[in-house]
Design a protein around this ligand. Structure first.
Ligand code: OXD
Ligand code: MN
Length: 616
């Protein structure tokens, strides 16, 4: 779509509302010239702002209000069918040297990226209001937190920010004026409104493109530009887009910004904090809720504390969770958070008679009343379509969580005891339920070779398994080999590094049923880890690391016999020789930036599993 002819004068920069930061003024001024909105609103995160935007979205048909008793103050939005997930095929990282991109990145040269995205963005906000929203990724004012200023024309994104992030009000913008630094990005749905024209409920463009410029660090110059989509992972810039920029900056700062959940668990040995790196839609949200206390389900910053331990805090204050499969048994805490209200549902099914919502797996039986699917069509069980989109979502503030960790907003974060890597691998006797890696190198190798079947969180082939290093494959902004080297550097220098584990809840048995009950029963794995760290649990030494023993693992109340447990937990040499072949293919793609110690570990594993295969 090309820009439409301007029928109005450009608005001026709301200087007083932005506070004294010159770079912020420059950002807004440049954005006005490029995007040509009809007016500019500086957001403040207040309830009045929320009410205003909500009414606007209701009037436009973007959202409907749900039954106030069932889902207090909650909304349902239905997206355009082309705008339901992250778009990996049109998400680019623009780097001057192509060699710096590596195999996981869709690369463009910065001039090329700027030229193409600028052409798309020119005049893209005509007839629309441009919102400027500054948020703090991490506790407000924390010395390791980062301020991100997003410019958007989609009010739903601002409402989502209210739930997901700490929106900075006027006072904080004035503080920003004094201390300066912030990150920024532009995002537009890419659908200008002609003078006298009307909007559509979910504006977006059939052309979509996201360009990141991680190496460009000029105050007030956007480092990410997103065109054509209103889906959270593409449009809520501080989430996945700033993850790419922040992971890149963190390398230079010597710490980590990663795609991980953070939770606390009280066990026999007191409270332990766990970080879990899992690819999108592989259960991070459910995992983060099974412990005693919750801190975050998606993004963290981690660094070495003065005590030589790893410390971490969550960057967000809300959850953008996958709805299908969520219910009172699989995740009772999230269900209770949703029932407390202030939720934005996207692409779940609607029950027009009761004003309620539904998704596959929410209840055993489909609703008795009329159902409209995620596209608004009448739906009946057995009609051959899903009622909710497989990547339908809920957005809810963690303030609704009854087990919020008391330190969730501490700018220093919490000390981390263990890092878990886990994907979705369904092979029977394949990736074990849990393995403890024997040392830091083996642990980083485990993260670097994490693999998972693809889910509906991104466009692409469902179910195909790919190596997703540290669950970051779609979020890299620099070479994956350099990221592996960075992890090795961070942890090999640490006086008291955390322990590393691999977990996989998704093995299926010969009949195609899940062999492990998962969800709340995953706590049994955490119990074993807790006792391992305390030196209390025995283990079997295998080429991969340490596996739990049937007699020393809490299986009470589960119908799992010794043979089943051993299939679930012990690495099978034939399976792992196949995995090692796939890893070799991946390492060849990573090329010469793969750290030598990881290649050595690969050779060692090949030798150990070949010996084990001969011994079987
Ligand atoms: C997410 C994702 O939405 O990873 O968190 O796609
Ligand atoms: Mn995620």
């Amino acid at each position: 779509m090309t820009a439409i002819e301007t029928k109005h004068a450009l608005p001026s920069v709301p200087v007083d509302e932005l506070g004294p930061n010159e770079a912020l003024h420059r950002l807004v001024d440049d954005a006005i010239r490029l995007l040509r909105p009809k007016d500019v609103v500086v957001c403040d995160g207040t309830a009045a702002e929320r009410n205003r935007l909500e009414s606007l979205l209701v009037a436009n048909g973007t959202v409907v209000r749900l039954n106030q008793k069932l889902w207090p103050n909650s909304l349902l939005a239905r997206s355009d069918p082309s705008d339901v997930a992250r778009l990996e095929q049109v998400t680019y990282v623009c780097l001057p040297d192509k060699q710096d991109a590596g195999p996981s990145i869709k690369h463009k040269y910065p001039e090329e990226g700027h030229r193409e995205i600028t052409a798309l963005m020119t005049g893209a906000m005509e007839g629309r209001t441009m919102y400027v929203a500054a948020v703090s990724m991490g506790p407000c004012g924390g010395k390791r937190s980062r301020v991100f200023v997003q410019i958007t024309d989609f009010p739903l994104i601002i409402l989502m920010k209210h739930l997901m992030t700490r929106v900075l009000g006027r006072d904080a913008l004035i503080e920003l004026g004094k201390y300066g630094r912030f990150e920024c990005g532009l995002q537009t749905v890419g659908m200008p409104i002609a003078a006298g024209g009307t909007d559509v409920p979910w504006p977006c463009n059939s052309t979509k493109m996201i360009c990141h410029f991680p190496k460009e660090r000029r105050p007030g110059v956007p480092r990410v530009l997103s065109f054509g989509s209103g889906y959270g992972g593409n449009a809520l810039l501080p989430k996945k887009c700033d993850l790419r920029l922040a992971m890149s900056d963190a390398r230079e700062e010597g710490n980590l910004v990663e795609h991980m959940a953070l939770m606390g668990r009280d066990g026999e040995n007191g409270r332990r904090y766990f970080l879990a790196a899992k690819p999108s839609a592989c259960g991070k949200t459910n995992f983060a809720m099974i412990g005693t206390s919750f801190l975050g389900d998606d993004l963290v910053r981690a660094y070495e504390g003065t005590d030589g331990r790893l410390w971490a805090f969550a960057l967000e204050k809300g959850i953008f969770g996958v709805a299908p499969g969520t219910n009172d048994e699989t995740n009772p805490e999230v269900m209770s958070m949703l029932r407390k209200g202030d939720v934005i549902f996207i692409n779940v099914a609607y029950l027009p008679e009761s004003g309620s919502v539904w998704w596959e797996g929410m209840t055993n039986a489909p609703p008795a009343e009329r159902v409209r699917d995620w596209q608004g069509q009448e739906w009946t069980p057995g009609c051959g379509r899903k009622a909710a989109h497989a990547n339908s979502r809920f957005t809810v503030s963690i303030r609704n969580c009854s087990k919020l960790d008391p330190r969730w907003d501490d700018p220093d974060g919490v000390p981390v005891d263990a890092i878990l890597f886990g994907g979705r691998r369904t092979e029977h006797g394949g990736v074990p339920l849990v393995v403890e890696y024997g040392n830091t190198t083996a642990g980083v190798y485990g993260g670097a070779t994490l693999s998972s079947e693809q889910t509906a969180a991104a466009d692409g082939k469902l179910g195909v398994s790919r190596i997703d290093p540290f669950a970051m494959y779609p979020f890299y902004a620099y070479h994956v080999g350099d990221h592996c080297a960075h992890w090795l550097k961070v942890f090999s220098q640490m006086a008291h590094p955390p322990r590393f584990y691999s977990v996989n809840w998704f093995q299926k048995d010969g009949a195609g049923n899940f062999a492990w009950p998962g969800f709340v029963d995953n706590d049994r794995v955490l119990d074993w880890i807790d006792r391992r760290i305390a030196g209390q649990a025995k283990a079997l030494r295998t080429p991969l690391g340490y596996s739990p023993l049937f007699d020393d693992f809490d299986l009470s109340g589960l119908n799992i016999d010794r043979a089943t447990f051993e299939t679930l937990t012990q690495p099978r040499p034939q399976f792992w020789l196949g995995e090692l072949d796939r890893q070799a293919v991946w390492f060849a793609e990573v090329g010469e930036r793969l750290p030598a110690v990881l290649a050595e570990r690969h050779a060692e594993l090949c030798q150990l599993f070949e010996e084990a295969a001969r011994a079987v």
